[in-house]
Ligand binder design. Structure first.
Ligand code: SF4
Length: 484
């Protein structure tokens, strides 16, 4: 995976719809300003966005190969101290269906993954105060002992911030404390960090939807510490709820700025001597940074946030004659919007449909000039929009999905096996390839023994839908109103 870093010039005086500007961005010769990014998201024709996001994607990844990974999403506990209003997965420790997986259950899941040629686990959970540091260290050591070939992509920034709160590590600053915990988990077997919990960074939105979850600054600082230790991470965004379009651009802007910082501070040859020579740090020889970005629309089922009234809208971005969407009224590309700027802010939803998703992903490809990979979110959008996303800036179809617990608790998600993923990529006009966690190609599926070309009966390979239907909790409904 090449590092892409060149400080690109901005052209703030150019009209964002200037095709020369968009062509320069697609070639990697210019950087969009946040204001230009917002204007594109608001009013560029959908196919113009697709055309230039696709051109940018092709400039980075070529015309032929689009990738996927075989990993498994393992949610080790659903007990969580936070009460995010968009979450249908969390439980209190006293709830009947609260769980924490036993080590043997976890090992069994990884063994199943290994048996189908998987290379990575995504290990995430709620923020469970009952689990001590040793529980994590022993788990990681046990995983590495049994499955040394499996990459452990685990523990998102909100989990790390709670580790700091739960374990009370030594250190004068949050960064010191995070580093103390992270080095130990890295030594035990943690390879990289997933970008979950990014949601929307703008404080007005974040404090409304992520009750008890870390701030954007803490999220970004956690990733910065991981980068300083040589780890690659991903970044995410969950949109299509109460946020404005400018909040999405502000989110991308912060990812881009912190990526600039990581690449400047930890890029090849710039890793601090103290880190490079510390024998306790596992992989600081190349600089850590964000390697991918994936965005997906909020799934409303079974969640307190999903019970907010929808803002009238004829299309994904229209206002249906109801006036300006409250989220747009307060959102600013510098994140300075405050909740008191509109009385209805946080009380109305604007769910994102297919075109809003494709527009947002395309703008992310154009804005995030220093991020290598953009992932398609077929898990929430379904296989065919996920496939179409390969022409709207995405180069990667993410993972063959063996199980999914978090998003499926909040609406329908999809499970696809390897032949179906290959088929979708090939049908979109590309050659499918299995990759590893750093986007190196493991297997190029262009011959007759490709997983999809071996299938003679597709009835056994349909996309499986996952959805969990829960009775709403009355107490959760109160939570939304209580965030004012
Ligand atoms: S989204 Fe994560 S942090 Fe928030 S309540 Fe759910 S499990 Fe907890």
């Amino acid at each position: 995976m090449p590092t892409i870093y060149r400080l690109l010039p901005e052209c703030p005086d150019l009209d964002p719809l200037d095709l020369g500007l968009l062509a320069a961005v697609a070639r990697g010769e210019a950087r969009l300003t946040p204001e230009q990014g917002l204007a594109l998201l608001e009013c560029a024709p959908l196919h113009t966005l697709g055309r230039y996001a696709d051109a940018r994607c092709r400039a980075l990844h070529g015309d032929h190969i689009r990738t996927y990974v075989i990993d498994r999403n393992i949610n080790y506990t659903n007990v969580c101290t936070a009460k995010c209003t968009f979450c249908a997965f969390r439980r209190d420790a006293t709830d009947q269906d609260a769980y924490t997986l036993e080590y043997d259950q976890l090992y069994e899941k990884v063994a199943e993954l290994s048996a189908i040629g998987g290379t990575q686990i995504l290990l995430q959970g709620g923020m469970n105060p009952e689990l001590p540091l040793d529980w994590y260290l022993d788990l990681l050591a046990g995983l590495k002992e049994r499955f040394p070939h499996i990459h452990v992509h685990g523990f998102s920034p909100p989990e790390f911030i709670e580790f700091v709160n739960f374990f009370d590590p030594p250190g004068a600053t949050l960064e010191d404390k995070l580093r103390w915990v992270m080095v130990r988990l890295q030594q035990a077997g943690l390879d990289s960090l997933p970008g979950a919990g990014g949601e929307i960074f703008a404080p007005a939105v974040r404090t409304k939807i992520g009750l008890g979850k870390c701030t954007a600054e803490a999220w970004l600082t956690t990733m910065y510490v991981a980068h300083s230790l040589g780890m690659f991470t991903s970044a995410t965004m969950m949109f299509g709820h109460i946020e404005g379009l400018a909040d999405r651009v502000h989110h991308m802007r912060l990812v881009r700025e912190w990526q600039d910082r990581a690449l400047l501070d930890f890029g090849e040859g710039q890793i601090p001597e103290s880190v490079r020579t510390d024998p306790s740090i596992k992989s600081p020889r190349t600089g850590g940074h964000y390697v991918s970005f994936i965005s997906w629309p909020f799934q409303p089922d079974n969640t307190p946030l999903g019970r907010l009234k929808e803002w009238p809208q004829p299309g994904d971005l229209g206002d249906g004659g109801a006036g300006e969407f409250p989220g747009d009224a307060i959102a600013r590309v510098d994140g300075s919007g405050t909740k008191d700027m509109h009385p209805e802010f946080g009380r109305r939803l604007r769910l994102a449909g297919s075109t809003a998703y494709l527009r947002t992903q395309a703008v992310s490809r154009l804005m995030l000039d220093n991020i290598y990979s953009i992932g398609s979110s077929w898990v929430t959008m379904g296989p065919h929009i996920g496939q179409l996303a390969l022409h709207y800036g995405a180069n990667d179809m993410g993972s063959v999905m063996m199980e999914e617990n978090v998003v499926s608790a909040a609406g329908t998600t999809y499970c696809l096996d390897e032949p179906v993923l290959n088929h979708l990529i090939r049908e979109a006009g590309f050659t499918p390839a299995q990759r590893d966690n750093v986007y190196d190609i493991l297997k190029l599926n262009h011959g007759p023994d490709s997983p999809d070309l071996l299938v003679d009966d597709w009835s056994r390979h349909r996309a499986a839908k996952l959805a969990i239907h829960l009775e709403p909790k009355p107490s959760a409904a109160l939570t939304v109103g209580a965030t004012d």
